[in-house]
Design a protein around this ligand. Structure first.
Ligand SMILES: [Zn+2]
Length: 288
């Protein structure tokens, strides 16, 4: 046990999790030869817990498959479709309209017909998708968080944020900032796309946590205007995180002018609050 603890300390200090895990398994297997069977079972459980803790303790963003949260993301997409585009004009409007008009039980049935990912025969693909997405994310996490903290002048204050691999038919990704399990949704089919989505959504998290209240009070913007400012601000990712993102953050249709304004302001002063205030002022004076 002393040996295991020593290895754990090495793990925490060096972050050589995978290498160390193999060392633990080999060491414990050798030790197990003389241990009675019941104690062996308990020992295996303890090792399992220990391995889980050491492999996840450094991760601030944890990707997972969660059917219920994916369902919640479909409902978020449904509301966005209704309020922003209208069911009849939207390519997947029929699906969202069916969801909207159904009761709670029927909604789950409609969702199940689209969300094939949860069929038991796809379990191995789900596990692989989660593993690969996490691996890609882990390459950029530390640098990305440092960038976000520097851009916003505020700390990444969440113990953990969950990245939910989602099955929305149109690839629409929402989020929920609730304090217990804050999460965002992202692609299930591409780890490289998923991390771009993760960066985009986490930038929104910073906006909501540290700036939204202030800019709402100061500029009396409508819900839609706040949304436009929030979405346009992600152009900063293309400037500050260009070595971390593989796909340019394109933003939303109709926000080109605002994004260009933010880009020019950012390059000029690199002061997030100032750029945000300018963007709010810009959108306010652009009202018809
Ligand atoms: Zn967004």
């Amino acid at each position: 046990m002393v040996l295991i603890l020593q290895i754990a300390i090495v793990t925490i200090v060096t972050e050589q999790v995978d290498v160390t895990a193999v060392m633990i398994v080999k060491t414990v297997t050798a030790l197990m030869a003389n241990v009675p069977r019941t104690r062996l079972t308990i020992l295996k459980l303890l090792i399992g817990c220990f391995y889980y803790i050491i492999t996840t303790m450094n991760e601030r963003v944890v990707f997972k498959i969660d059917k219920e949260l994916d369902f919640q993301n479909h409902l978020i997409a449904m509301r966005v479709c209704k309020e922003r585009y209208g069911f009849d004009k939207y390519p997947y409007g029929k699906y969202y309209k069916d969801l909207y008009e159904a009761n709670e039980i029927k909604r789950h049935e409609i969702f199940e017909q689209v969300a094939h990912l949860y069929n038991p025969e796809y379990k191995k693909f789900c596990e692989l998708a989660v593993k690969q997405t996490q691996e890609v994310w882990n390459i950029v996490e530390s640098d990305f968080i440092k960038k976000m903290e520097k851009i916003h002048g505020n700390l990444f204050s969440w113990d953990v944020i969950y990245g939910i691999l989602s099955t929305t038919p149109d690839g629409r990704y929402g989020y929920d900032l609730n304090k217990n399990t804050p999460w965002f949704a992202c692609q299930y089919y591409s780890p490289l796309y998923s991390i771009n989505t993760a960066m985009h959504e986490i930038m929104h998290f910073f906006f909501h946590e540290y700036f939204e209240k202030d800019c709402r009070a100061k500029f009396s913007l409508t819900h839609s205007e706040v949304w436009a400012v929030k979405e346009a601000l992600t152009i900063i990712l293309n400037i500050e995180c260009k070595n971390l993102i593989l796909k340019t953050d394109t933003g939303k249709p109709g926000h080109g002018e605002l994004r260009e304004k933010i880009k020019i302001d950012w390059l000029e002063c690199k002061n997030f609050k100032k750029v945000l205030y300018n963007a709010c002022e810009f959108i306010k004076t652009s009202r018809n």
